[in-house]
Design a protein around this ligand. Sequence first.
Ligand SMILES: NC(=O)C1=CN([C@@H]2O[C@H](COP(=O)(O)OP(=O)(O)OC[C@H]3O[C@@H](n4cnc5c(N)ncnc54)[C@H](OP(=O)(O)O)[C@@H]3O)[C@@H](O)[C@H]2O)C=CC1
Ligand SMILES: O=C(O)C1=N[C@H](C(=O)O)C[C@H](O)C1
Length: 252
Amino acid sequence: MTNVGWEVMTSIGIIGSQGRMGHALVGAIGEQEDLRHAGGVDQDDDFAALLAHSDVLVDFSSPDGLSQRLDLCAEAGKPVLVGTTGLEPAHHLSIDAAAQAIAVLQTGNTSLGVNMLAALVKEAATRLGDDWDIEIVEMHHRHKVDAPSGTALLLGEAAAKGRNVTLADQSERGRDGQTGARQKGAIGFASLRGGSVAGDHQVIFAADEERIELGHRAENRMIFARGAIKAAQWLRGQPAGRYDMTDMLGLD
Ligand SMILES: NC(=O)C1=CN([C@@H]2O[C@H](COP(=O)(O)OP(=O)(O)OC[C@H]3O[C@@H](n4cnc5c(N)ncnc54)[C@H](OP(=O)(O)O)[C@@H]3O)[C@@H](O)[C@H]2O)C=CC1
Ligand SMILES: O=C(O)C1=N[C@H](C(=O)O)C[C@H](O)C1
């Protein structure tokens, strides 16, 4: 730890450093005097060396190898923010296990705007009840490899929490062909891909003869990068445990 004037310097290591988010993160780190870019890794790079030079890690890469990276962070006692999406239940179990030893923040979206939207969605779902059908529509750039987006799932979880139900029991995904009628209480997902869209999300509450639409549009990746850096700085001071952006932002 180094002191910069009155500020404490934090060294941030980037997993997925040559990717779209990796580049945005380097830009966001450069905006703050109390941050240092400890370096980065991509596939097949030396993660142990990066761990040694970092106070906190941020992972925007791929679910492949995430469980091993979490084990290594836990062994080294280094907190980690997991922004990577497309996670399976086994990845969430690995996050829970690592969170016994270190602080881990996992989120499908690090922007303030999306997390505020999630709070609004939860509130609306609580008040409206299941006569209002919930559909979540997302659009992303042509390179995105996972669907629904991590953000769409985060918003679905917020809606499910508002209704006091489990998302896995209620979600309707990938409709195609003779799907049958919509189930009452379902939370539906639709994914669009194309162009360079940084991330658009819309949550539609549809009742008979009226609709409420709540949404967020990301204009570029710096909103994710700045949110991630702020959360990483916060995470460094937290005890072992599993966190999300609402803990950092005090939104819940
Ligand atoms: N939570 C949030 O707010 C946000 C989350 N994301 C998520 O972040 C992830 C990355 O997005 P994006 O930057 O657009 O993707 P890119 O494909 O542009 O970049 C991914 C990077 O990760 C590297 N990588 C892949 N596998 C591994 C691995 N096993 N270990 C280390 N590095 C690896 C790749 O390197 P190589 O070329 O060597 O494979 C590449 O440089 C996605 O899951 C995306 O959904 C994105 C934006 C915001
Ligand atoms: O892959 C992306 O680009 C993004 N991924 C995250 C997601 O899956 O929701 C966050 C953001 O929407 C951009």
